[in-house]
Design a protein around this ligand. Structure first.
Ligand code: PEP
Ligand code: MN
Length: 357
């Protein structure tokens, strides 16, 4: 049965939920100053990372449990709810001991069912709000699986955060939004409030307004935006943080659209699909360029050993194999043949240029 959006509805907000605050808690003064500025904005929840998952060692890894009393002060002095990231049972224990209101599971944790289960067990029966960020890889099942683990631990107040997905290719995003996954998420779990995190999607300040607007247009229930009074000097994610003042400008500028204006929905749907196509094409072009680079290296090797460019057996085998692979994915043999002949021709041309250098 449909459960209503309990925890979010209870907040009784007249606008989408805004969660804001620094990537990391740095000092007690920093935390309180940001929180006091945020108390004057549309933000309802104050976020701050206390344990920071960093890609490589040697960066600031968070203040740790020492920062939890600072968050208690935030709540007492500003009335903002507080939120931290938890990645293991010990984090959960400490966060609960300090009466943190919202615990979120980070993208690097959601990928690991062992870790998620450990957190779910530690949270068993809690009334706290638990938000689950999407895993770093574009895997809807893994995201939903993590939410199910939390729900199975008899936790009612659950939500999700869409923070985009890692790709090897460089794009204009730090993490590709892959909007279609968020739309599929909403279809699969309509009762789970979905919050967008434009900060980690963009990785810069400039994109935040646009991504936030897109999220609202897709009927997300809220936004989580990293905020710092001195973004340039933040100890982590400096490039993407914005000031509380800028946050307020953004929330004022955002248009909250009606949920059922058919034409608008259709237009947005088209925009999402086009966005997806653009992202796929960028990846395709980068892949083609990488493939041609390898052809060049093969050309060099052939030149070195005085070997002929065209190796008919290899080409015949490759073409057949690719056509078969295409068929497995529902692509016609005619289409695959044309594409691969064009790619092969370009590859031969590149190798010819090298041999005749
Ligand atoms: C964060 O919110 O600061 C964070 C580490 O996010 P993510 O897990 O999405 O990378
Ligand atoms: Mn961050």
């Amino acid at each position: 049965m449909m459960t209503e959006k309990n925890w979010l509805e209870k907040m009784n907000l007249s606008h989408p939920l805004v969660i804001a605050g620094p990537c990391s808690a740095e000092t007690e003064e920093q935390v309180l100053k940001i929180a006091k500025d945020l108390a004057k904005t549309d933000a309802t929840v104050f976020r701050a990372g206390v344990w920071k998952p960093r890609t490589r060692p040697g960066n600031f890894e968070g203040i740790g449990a020492l920062a939890l009393p600072w968050l208690q002060r935030v709540k007492k002095e500003t009335g903002l709810l507080t939120a931290v990231e938890v990645a293991n049972a010990n984090h959960v224990k400490l966060a609960l001991e300090h009466d943190i209101d919202i615990l979120w599971i980070g993208a690097r944790t959601t990928v690991n069912p062992f870790a998620v289960q450990e957190i779910a067990d530690a949270l068993q029966n809690t009334d706290k709000i638990v938000l689950v960020k999407n895993p770093i890889n574009p895997d809807l099942e893994l995201w939903i699986g993590a939410i199910e683990r939390i729900q199975k631990a008899n936790i009612k107040n659950v939500g999700a955060i869409h923070r985009g997905f890692s790709t090897y290719q460089k794009t204009k995003y730090r993490n590709n939004p892959n909007w279609q996954i968020a739309i599929d998420f909403k279809n699969r779990l309509p009762e789970v409030p979905l919050i967008n995190d434009p900060s980690h999607i963009c990785g810069n300040r400039e994109g935040i307004l646009g991504v936030s607007q897109m999220a609202l247009d897709l009927q997300f229930d809220g936004l989580m935006i990293e905020t710092h009074f001195d973004p340039d000097n933040a100890w982590s994610d400096a490039k993407q943080q914005i000031t509380p003042k800028r946050l307020q400008e953004i929330t004022e500028e955002l248009k909250i659209r009606k949920s059922n204006f058919e034409k608008e929905t259709a237009r947005k749907k088209l925009e999402v699909l086009r966005n997806d196509i653009n992202e796929i094409d960028t990846a395709l072009i980068q892949m083609l360029a990488n493939r041609m680079k390898i052809s060049k290296q093969i050309g060099e090797a052939k030149k070195d050993k005085n070997v002929a460019i065209l190796q008919p057996d290899r080409w015949k085998e490759l073409l057949e194999e690719r056509i078969q692979k295409g068929k497995d994915f529902g692509l016609s043999p005619d289409f695959m043949g044309k594409i691969y002949k064009t790619i092969h021709q370009e590859s031969i041309k590149i190798q010819e240029d090298i041999i005749n250098e």
